[in-house]
Design a protein around this ligand. Structure first.
Ligand code: NAP
Ligand code: ZN
Length: 351
């Protein structure tokens, strides 16, 4: 066991603050990583503020699941990594590896998965601690290779925002000739736009922020719709093959069901805690479907990273020192982020 520097929250209402946490010494299959950058996902904020009734937060909570860094040590049985390699860790740090979900490469649906933070830690007891830290130790199966041509600060958000938008697009067949909507131009949404565009789809952004219109077009959108303008919305009635909703707060889903074509699908990745009303008739007519999606499995995450390396895709980031993390959370609540905060973990040395 050794000590690592970190930022943690001690309650749902306290700001994140500097702390010291225990990390395990690498076992034979483990990789020890010096964390260089960690993205700030809205899920970090939901969890820190205990906003999910299905996943109560244990305190102290060290969030962070968009981790990139450099390998500092590997266990004797590790074959995929050596010291000095770039490495990434997302939302998953373990699973049972034997169930049908794991066998299918869908570790995110394993009943025995272990999330990167706020999950029981089999090694040290207590809870797992995430990436707002200078170091982490993870089994090599859950460590990803980062393409060397990407900026590390901009690659970090791929580990959650990237895979969470890429996976449902692959699942629902987003490709050239399809019309695809992205709802909410935040951390997830802006990655969704980049992927939909790179996959060749006609891409439409739905935003509540008129000020993000130009950015949406620059990021790869073909059209931008102000979602609070009913006239603009109606122009697209019945025309979408697929809509990805990445909004973190309660909002009207039915307005979007009406925009789907026959057999169109709306997939929700945004995770507000409150139940949202669904007008069933909008689904019955035209056989539309409504579904959810959770991050992605390990193999698909590596596929997404390789795709990003080939197409030179990464997140648009605002790099901040860890000392600005509480300010960043306040801005996230106001949808004031362009388009992901990425924490430069070198700033933790000052603590
Ligand atoms: P984010 O950066 O805060 O982006 C959310 C965007 O939603 C905002 O930028 C805003 O876009 C829009 N929005 C916010 N409030 C709204 C409202 N009241 N009505 C309509 N639109 C609103 O958040 P994120 O990090 O992308 O995460 C988004 C959600 O996905 C969170 O709930 C997070 O927990 C969840 N998530 C899920 C998974 C998964 O596996 N399913 C993985 C990661 C995150 P505009 O300004 O363009 O309107
Ligand atoms: Zn996330």
């Amino acid at each position: 066991m050794y000590n690592a520097k970190a930022y943690s929250a001690s309650s749902a209402t306290s700001p994140l603050a500097s702390t010291t946490i225990a990390r395990r010494d690498p076992t034979e299959s483990d990789v020890q990583i010096e964390i260089l950058f960690c993205g700030i996902c809205h899920s970090d904020l939901h969890q820190v503020r205990n906003e999910w009734s299905a996943m109560p937060t244990a305190y102290p909570c060290v969030p962070g699941h968009e981790i990139v860094g450099r390998v500092t040590k590997v266990g004797s049985a590790v074959t995929k990594f050596k010291p000095g390699d770039l490495a990434g860790v997302g939302c998953l740090v373990d699973s049972d590896r034997t169930c049908p979900e794991c066998q299918a490469g869908l570790e995110q649906f394993c009943n025995n998965m272990v999330l990167t933070y706020n999950f029981p830690d089999k090694h040290l007891g207590g809870m797992t601690y995430g990436g707002y830290s200078d170091s982490i130790v993870v089994d090599e199966r859950f460590v990803l290779h980062i393409p060397s041509n990407l900026s590390l600060a901009a690659a970090a958000p791929l580990l959650c925002a990237g895979i969470t938008t890429y996976s449902p697009m692959r699942h629902w067949g987003v490709t050239k000739g399809k019309k695809v909507g992205i709802v909410g131009l935040g951390g997830l949404g802006h990655m969704g736009v980049k992927f939909a565009h790179a996959l060749g789809a006609h891409t439409v952004v739905f935003t509540t922020s008129a000020s993000k219109k130009d950015d949406a077009l620059r990021l790869g959108a073909d059209e931008v719709v102000l979602s609070r303008d009913a006239n603009e919305m109606n122009k697209h009635a019945g025309s979408f093959d697929f809509i990805l909703d990445a909004v973190a707060a309660p909002h009207d889903l039915n307005a979007y069901f009406n925009l789907l074509s026959r057999d169109g699908n709306l997939t929700m990745v945004g995770a507000p805690d409150e139940p949202l009303p669904v007008a069933i008739m909008a689904l019955i007519f035209k056989r539309r479907s409504f579904s959810g999606s959770l991050i992605g499995g390990l193999a698909e995450t590596q596929e997404m990273l390789d795709f990003c390396g080939q197409h030179n895709i990464a997140s648009d980031v605002e790099v901040i020192p860890i000392q600005k993390v509480n300010e960043a959370y306040e801005r996230l609540v106001k949808s004031d982020v362009k388009y992901r905060f990425s924490i430069d973990m070198a700033s933790l040395k000052a603590e």
